[in-house]
Design a binder for this molecule. Structure first.
Ligand code: ZN
Length: 282
């Protein structure tokens, strides 16, 4: 046995072609793919609390609860496609979502505008984003799709499974992200601005399951939440709420989501985290 750090250069010298890696988005081959995040790097930044001795966010998995700087990433995209994701979605969304200093630019924009629909009985308000020039509709939709799509191309789950299944729309979403196709007309994306302070930063990567005749995936992040429904059989109510295809690009502002997310987090922690290491008192 021997160890030779120079072995690769010997091969190269002998005329071997270096291994190329294929970008999952543009399908081009490059010498080395980037370390692509599942959730954007900027989301992790907004989950840190620099005032604390340990500023890292808590990561809760079926096996443990730890404060960690670990980020979910894998070699998936070429540099051009990484930059495309930043330019067409991440930059605007991450500058306008809930920030580390508790500023929330998108909420501030909406606070100055009367909602288009505000039912007296509940706490949900509806804005037609197409009427609000400060809102970058295409960036919000693009960002959300880019995260769900990333969930569909790599086995991110702890058990080695792929978290998001886009089925027959897989290729159409890839082409949408490349600007070659429209958002699939059989799918529906719901965008919610989360109101409430208790767990407004609770974030998890897309999860979902079959719900009757369609697949529904959810992704909450600081101040925002996205839901993607995938199927030809989506109920009309979901279609009307679609941020891309619905009338006026409907954007919902609600505090109704927070109790559901808290309840979900509580059940997860109780099921998976041993009481003596449960730091959440949930
Ligand atoms: Zn690429």
């Amino acid at each position: 046995m021997f160890f030779a750090p120079f072995l690769s250069s010997l091969y190269m010298g002998a005329g071997a072609v270096p291994a190329m890696e294929q970008c999952k988005l543009c399908l081009n081959h490059v010498a080395k793919l980037e370390d692509s995040h599942f959730l954007s790097k900027g989301i992790y930044k907004r989950l840190r609390d620099d005032k604390e001795k340990n500023p890292n966010p808590w990561q809760i998995t079926p096996k443990t609860a730890v404060q960690t700087s670990d980020q979910m990433k894998a070699r998936l995209l070429c540099r051009d496609c990484e930059q495309r994701f930043c330019k067409l979605g991440e930059n605007w969304v991450l500058s306008n979502c809930l920030q580390k200093d508790c500023g929330f630019p998108l909420a501030s924009i909406l606070s100055l505008i009367p909602p288009d629909v505000s039912p007296a009985q509940n706490h949900t308000k509806l804005y037609y984003a197409s009427k609000i020039p400060e809102i970058n509709v295409s960036a919000l939709a693009y960002f959300a799709v880019s995260i769900f799509w990333r969930g569909s191309i790599h086995p991110w789950n702890h058990d080695g499974t792929i978290p998001v299944k886009l089925g027959p729309y897989q290729e159409q979403f890839r082409q949408y992200l490349l600007g070659m196709q429209a958002f699939p007309k059989d799918c529906s994306l719901c965008v919610v601005l989360r109101e409430g302070k208790e767990i407004d930063r609770l974030t998890y990567p897309p999860v979902g399951q079959r719900k009757g005749t369609f697949h529904l995936y959810r992704f909450p992040m600081p101040g925002l939440a996205f839901t993607l429904a995938v199927s030809r059989n989506i109920p009309p109510s979901h279609r009307e709420m679609c941020f891309v295809h619905g009338r006026g690009n409907p954007l919902f502002v609600t505090s109704c989501l927070e109790p559901l997310l808290l309840d979900e987090a509580r059940k997860f922690v109780q099921r998976h985290v041993k009481p003596h290491v449960n730091p959440f008192m949930l």
